[in-house]
Design a protein. Structure first.
Length: 236
């Protein structure tokens, strides 16, 4: 539904087919009401990429132009949403009413992308709940694209080379690793937002499963990036 293309109420049907063994169809009805007497500026809240623990805020101005004594009583936020919201009235003039919605990320919000909707509860008999989209990405400052390396079956004492990709919103430098002597760091790459870290891994001499834990240290953050390496040394 693109509310810019119509005004008033509109409905449309969507046919959904399920199969392939037992074919069945269902018709879904989608309805929407586009109104030009309510304007949200901006149309949604977008936080972009934010580090965990940060609590940025963003505001949306909601304006009503019409004959109602229009009121917004509260901002209803989903229970598990990573943000909270408050609403306050900005002005009230004949035929014009304005509110501001302030949305803030929670300090303990879990990492990951999110797209949620909060609802403004109004006294409008035709639209008691006004939705506002809130989206963003809470991302750790430094992430390993492959935080686990499975070498599968290897020979006793065999030396292997594997690569781990690290990425961050800002350039960083790899300064070293901590871990067993059987794992060595290859030539550190130049500072960049995406780093390819080369690890030289020596399998243990004894047969059976093994597990190494390597901590990659950078100049971007105190906490290292942990990479787990496991495999099985084949019997002779």
């Amino acid at each position: 539904m693109d509310a810019r293309r119509f005004n008033g109420a509109r409905s449309c049907g969507i046919w959904v087919t399920v199969g392939p063994h037992h074919i069945s169809e269902a018709r879904l009805i989608v309805t929407a009401v586009s109104r030009d007497d309510i304007v949200c500026n901006p149309g949604e809240v977008t936080f972009g990429t934010v580090a965990p623990g940060q609590t940025p805020s963003a505001a949306v101005d909601v304006e009503y132009a019409g004959p109602l004594a229009w009121q917004v009583s509260e901002a209803v936020v989903p229970k598990d949403a990573p943000f909270e919201a408050t609403v306050k009235e900005l002005y009230r003039r004949p035929g014009q009413i304005g509110y501001q919605v302030k949305v803030s990320l929670k300090k303990d919000a879990l990492p990951g992308q999110f797209q949620e909707r909060l609802f403004l509860k109004t006294n409008d008999p035709k639209a008691g709940l006004l939705p506002v989209v809130v989206k963003g990405n809470i991302q750790l400052p430094l992430q390993a694209v492959h935080a686990a390396l499975n070498l599968q079956e290897v020979k006793s004492g065999e030396t292997l080379t594997r690569r781990v990709f690290l990425r961050s919103p800002s350039p960083f430098r790899v300064v070293g690793i901590e871990g067993p002597d059987a794992v060595r760091l290859g030539e550190p790459p130049l500072p960049h937002q995406l780093q390819t870290v080369t690890l030289e891994i020596v399998a243990p001499p004894q047969a059976g499963p093994f597990r190494y834990e390597v901590k990659i240290k950078t100049d971007l953050q105190d906490a290292p990036v942990v990479v787990v390496i496991d495999g099985v040394v084949s019997k002779k």
